[in-house]
Design a protein around this ligand. Structure first.
Ligand SMILES: [Fe+2]
Length: 409
């Protein structure tokens, strides 16, 4: 008879220091229920009935409301007899006080379901609104660097997440980012996950080219950072590789031909798959650095990731080069016959080429970031929860500063 002690699965990459999982133990819990399809927004009423809802709280932002998506959802809800309230005050990088205000409105409107229609900021805010409705307090009470929310025993109100961009993967993720007075914090845990991800690529067609590019590079960063993460999860890796291939083959098209339906469908799929990958394996130093660039220098998340990505890949190359060659295969590059270092550099150059073709600035100084900002951002980047799974460890002051400096000019 084989005992569990005798079974050693290759869950931890033996070449990398720092074991984040017990050998032989792995979790697979990839996503909420997913409804995916062009035009499937019209299912929102039926799905809310399925979740026994009577009063919906639609969370969105002013730009998305102007596009008419919230009103459209409201009409589908009305058809199934569900009343709704629209809260349109979520800003980019949602603030703690906005989320507290929204949670109060949810309660005073007697709502029983959250329907989030928007990008990552809206869907993240919606997750935290549910947490506050059930558990009270303020978002910073749940900062993942200080506590876990795995211990929430009672179910939160249900949430249907409807993305209008292809990038964050927030519709399937267990993560929410909130901006407090001092910093951008991560709130993390399975209780946060949406009940249903309703992914309608039609809603992404109105996403302007610049935003399409930045969000697409965010999704690519999720797929890449999850693939090279210290955590080992072969199922998540399949999602990463598929997402990388879809993004490489569709992002430029979605950027230059916004109404290309196939490119939009493939980008919605890629964003979702990348979200499912980083749910399991987390991200790395690109995100640790970019969170501070958003909170301290106000750079959009996808833009900060796109600029940091090649530079962090160069830093991590020492430990992750073989994985770069595997990912290059998903780009359609066959680099196996090249020396490892040269092949890894080709992969990084391909990402820089993609950034250029998407009109992404090549460095942080073009976006107004100054040398003096690096000193202020570094301590927070070092303690950012994303840094824990970066392949190159330890994430020292020198390592973070070298990443910022390389990206600066
Ligand atoms: Fe991200």
């Amino acid at each position: 008879m084989v005992t569990t002690e005798e079974i050693t699965l290759p869950l931890i990459d033996p070449t990398i220091k720092g074991q984040l999982l017990d050998p032989g133990v792995i979790g697979f819990s990839f996503a909420p229920q997913i409804v995916f399809g062009h035009g499937c927004l019209n299912r929102v009423g039926f799905l809310s009935i399925f979740l026994k809802a009577k009063n919906a709280f639609i969370v969105t932002d002013k730009e998305i409301e102007k596009l008419g998506f919230a009103n459209k959802a409201q009409k589908y809800l009305e058809k199934t007899g569900i009343k709704s309230t629209i809260f349109n005050e979520i800003e980019p990088n949602p603030k703690e006080e906005t989320i507290i205000r929204a949670a109060e409105r949810f309660k005073s409107s007697n709502s029983d379901i959250v329907i989030a229609i928007g990008g990552g900021s809206v869907m993240d805010a919606a997750k935290v609104i549910r947490l506050l409705v059930k558990q009270g307090g303020k978002p910073s009470d749940y900062d993942a660097t200080k506590c876990t929310i795995m211990a929430v025993h009672e179910f939160l109100p249900p949430q249907i997440s409807i993305p209008t961009t292809s990038g964050t993967g927030s519709e399937v993720s267990i993560v929410a980012m909130v901006t407090t007075e001092k910093e951008k914090i991560t709130i993390l845990g399975y209780p946060l996950i949406s009940t249903i991800a309703l992914v309608d690529p039609q809603l992404t067609i109105s996403c302007p080219p610049k935003l399409t590019a930045m969000c697409g590079m965010d999704a690519l960063t999720h797929a890449i950072e999850a693939f090279v993460s210290l955590r080992v999860n072969p199922v998540a890796d399949m999602f990463s590789l598929q997402a990388i291939s879809l993004i490489h083959h569709n992002l430029k098209k979605a950027y230059s031909l916004p109404e290309d339906v196939i490119a939009r469908i493939n980008m919605s799929l890629a964003s979702m798959l990348a979200g499912m990958a980083f749910n399991q394996k987390s991200v790395g130093l690109v995100h640790a650095c970019s969170h501070q660039l958003s909170s301290q220098c106000h750079l959009p998340h996808g833009l900060a990731n796109a600029i940091m990505l090649p530079h962090v890949l160069r830093i991590n190359k020492k430990v992750s080069a073989p994985k770069y060659i595997t990912m290059a295969g998903s780009f359609g590059l066959e680099l196996e016959n090249l020396p490892q270092d040269e092949a890894a550099n080709r992969f990084i150059l391909e990402i820089e080429k993609l950034n250029k073709e998407l009109g992404i600035p090549m460095n942080l100084s073009e976006c107004g970031v100054k040398e003096a900002d690096i000193e202020a951002m570094t301590p927070n980047a070092m303690k950012d929860i994303s840094a824990i799974t970066n392949p190159m460890q330890p994430v020292t002051k020198e390592l973070v500063e070298s990443a910022y400096r390389a990206a600066l000019i």
